[in-house]
Ligand binder design. Structure first.
Ligand code: NDP
Length: 331
């Protein structure tokens, strides 16, 4: 079987040489363990942070050891009570074709009719919960709010816009990095307006897309997007600070928003969050978003790359914006 190790820490943008494909022996489960064949693994922006030698909210990946991350797989051998051959499980030992898991590390998943198991890595997984908690709890979204979300064609952003629309936003605006993504937001995901942040300054385009201002900004990008949103927010506006991907591969810290004093005059709330603190919202999230998915009210996009050997390039492609919806690797 094969796994991907971190060969060296990237400086700036990651490169294929930072990763190594390693052959290992297929292990046998001990008492209380299962052997899992991974079907899909996730590549996520936060993994870039773990490749640095700096403690953040998660510890750094180790050089010469397999990378980790969310994956879904099928139990192919079981010595654990409550887990049987054929069961679908979610766990954190991605970046490898097979893995041994203690029963406590394997979350048994219900099979989904008509939906790929990869949905458990996206719309029904960590990114989905991030969108749900960030919009509803952190930004305190209320019916009638005008919402702006950056990274809108990605896993988190695409769901933020759809939840806002389903819950009665007065206007939903998104930004993304290509004309095709902008068309997708408006035609497939029901955004009222969208723009390509590469076309002209974000502040200018946001003012055109939301001439009456916004109440909520869901920030996936930081930098010029955050500054533009602070400018466009109305009095008592709220920002869910979810990510700042524009800076993840930067070698110098990005400049801060030059208009931050507007947070005082407009009585803004800027609130950061980490989704793993909000596991108590999982049941409500699965119930509500799962229902929308079944009814076809929420659309779920993903970009699928095949083969473990292509996982590093899928990860880099995601950072470059080559994905629409959730980027996953099929193993
Ligand atoms: P996405 O599916 O959105 O993929 C990343 C996207 O970022 C790319 O497709 C690209 O789209 C966009 N991007 C890359 N560079 C830039 C840039 N310089 N400026 C603007 N956009 C850029 O990833 P996720 O949905 O998984 O994650 C979205 C954000 O949410 C990230 O910031 C991530 O770190 C954060 N996050 C935070 C969590 C938390 O607990 N706080 C949990 C999960 C995610 P484009 O073509 O539009 O440029």
């Amino acid at each position: 079987t094969r796994e991907i190790h971190l060969a060296s820490r990237p400086t700036g943008w990651p490169e294929p040489s930072n990763f190594e494909l390693v052959e290992t022996e297929l292990p046998a489960p001990a008492e209380g363990q299962v052997l899992v064949r991974n079907l899909f693994m996730s590549v996520d922006p936060y993994m870039r942070g773990r490749m640095n030698d700096r403690r953040s909210y998660t510890p750094p990946f180790r050089i010469g050891a397999p990378l980790t991350g969310a994956a879904v797989g099928e139990v192919i051998e079981s010595r654990a009570e409550g887990l049987a051959v054929g069961d679908l499980v979610r766990h954190q030992n991605g970046w490898r074709e097979h893995t041994l898991l203690d029963a406590s590390a394997a979350e048994r998943l219900p099979g989904l009719s008509g939906i790929s198991p990869s949905a458990y890595l996206g719309v029904l997984g960590m990114p989905g919960l991030t969108a749900y908690v960030g919009l509803l709890d952190i930004a305190g979204f209320k019916k009638g709010d005008a919402v702006f979300v950056s990274g809108a064609a990605g896993a988190v952003g695409g769901l933020v816009g759809q939840i806002a629309r389903l819950k009665g936003a007065s206007r939903v605006v998104g930004s993304a990095g290509s004309a095709a993504k902008v068309a997708h937001l408006q035609e497939a995901l029901g955004f009222d307006a969208a723009f390509n942040y590469r076309d002209a300054p974000v502040a200018e385009q946001l003012n055109r897309a939301a001439p009456d201002g916004i109440d909520v900004y869901f920030d996936n990008v930081g930098a010029d997007h955050l500054e533009a949103a602070i400018g466009a927010l109305r009095v008592s506006g709220r920002v869910a600070m979810c990510g700042a991907i524009a800076a993840y591969n930067a070698t110098e810290p990005p400049p801060g928003p030059r208009n931050i004093f507007l947070a005082v005059t407009k009585r803004l709330t800027l609130r950061g969050f980490i989704v793993s603190d909000h596991g108590d919202r999982t049941a409500a999230f699965v119930e509500e978003v799962g229902g929308w998915l079944r009814d076809g009210a929420v659309r779920y996009d993903e970009t699928v790359t095949d083969g473990l050997e292509n996982a590093p390039s899928a990860f880099i492609a995601m950072l470059r914006g080559e994905n629409v919806g959730k980027m996953v690797v099929r193993l």
